[in-house]
Design a protein around this ligand. Structure first.
Ligand code: PHE
Length: 338
């Protein structure tokens, strides 16, 4: 049985010498293939007498198993090698900076909107929202605008190709006041509401944009005076700008829907922006005709209304001097607020 041991030894040596998995399979054929050495020995058994057949047969089988084991060992070695190579080539450098998908942020004007809602809610104001494509009555007539008021003209207000129930062409609301009328007609006094939202005017420069945001406030009850307006609005400004070092003045003005009417200016009394009056708001005591259009008796109910631009508040809060920055979508600008 010298031969068998030699065959096993040679097979082992040949397997070890095979440099690639393909070469290994070629070497395998030399021993275990159809015309391989061990196969040939097994075929030769046929010629032997029965006892020798059994004895020699089992020895050849043992040798065959030994060769197969050696073959499998070498195959596994190749598999391990291949895995190592893959692990090395696909290695991940965990010290590299990550690639994140980036998160969005809240637009500065929207931040102002949220702050304004929060502040007014704490003093008992409801928040109302309504249509941006309005009808003529809510936008102008109910607010005491005479039929030929310039605000009604195409120079000042955008119109869409739609008519309302009365056959009048519908404007994009130039302020959120129509929402106050809607709200007041649906609620009983005390009426205490702010209406923030998008508004539209034919206007475009560094401080005006054809689409902008407004928040209007309305408080109607049996004795809501100009003094209440002053108290509420100045308190709002101090909380919005987070400073007590701020004063406001009420300059006489004119709006069809308020009487008396005022423009509100504010001034910081400390810090880098101190000492300059800044226009911030239109306001006044709601005109009796408008109170009547709310469906209320103006002999009994009275109160104030105001309207402020959310962009304007945002510009003053952050010291931004060009309104167009809000609408350009430049991330270098927007990222500073998040
Ligand atoms: N509606 C006015 C505007 O848009 C602002 C305003 C509101 C003025 C309420 C007085 C009272 O300019």
């Amino acid at each position: 049985m010298e031969d068998l041991n030699q065959i096993i030894e040679r097979a082992r040596a040949d397997f070890a010498a095979a440099a690639t998995p393909a070469a290994l399979e070629d070497v395998k054929a030399v021993y275990l293939g159809k015309n391989g050495q061990l196969t040939a020995l097994l075929k030769g058994l046929a010629k032997l007498p029965v006892e020798e057949k059994r004895e020699f047969g089992s020895k050849i089988n043992q040798a065959k198993q030994a060769v197969e084991a050696a073959l499998n060992e070498r195959r596994e070695e190749f598999a391990r090698q291949k895995l190592q190579e893959r692990l090395a080539s696909e290695a991940i450098d965990i010290t590299l900076p990550g690639r994140s998908s980036g998160t969005g942020g809240i637009h500065p004007v929207m931040k102002t909107w949220m702050r304004v809602e929060e502040i007014f809610r704490t003093i008992g104001f409801d928040v109302a929202d309504g249509p941006e494509v309005e009808n003529d009555w809510y936008t102008f007539t109910a607010l005491n605008n005479p039929p030929n008021h310039p605000a009604r003209s195409m120079q000042d207000t955008f119109y869409v190709d739609l008519v309302d129930e009365t056959g009048k062409q519908m404007p994009l609301r130039p302020h959120t006041s129509p929402m106050q009328v809607r709200y007041a007609r649906q609620h009983k006094p005390p009426i205490k509401v702010i209406a923030p939202g998008r508004t539209y005017r034919v206007d475009s420069d560094a401080t005006h944009s054809p689409m902008f945001h407004q928040v209007e406030g309305l408080w109607i009850d049996e004795n809501i005076s100009f003094a209440d307006l002053k108290g509420v609005y100045v308190d709002f400004l101090r909380r919005f700008f987070e400073t007590e070092d701020l004063v406001a003045r009420f300059r006489p003005s004119y709006f069809p829907f308020t009487e008396p009417s005022a423009e509100v200016d504010m001034m910081f009394t400390s810090g880098p922006r101190k000492g300059k009056w800044l226009e911030i708001c239109g306001a006044g005591e709601v005109h009796p005709n408008v109170v009547r259009n709310f469906g209320l008796d103006p002999e009994r109910y009275i109160g104030f209304a105001f309207g402020t631009g959310l962009e304007r508040l945002t510009m003053l809060r952050y010291g931004i001097d060009d309104l167009r920055l809000f609408f350009e979508g430049d991330l270098r600008f927007l990222k500073q607020f998040n």
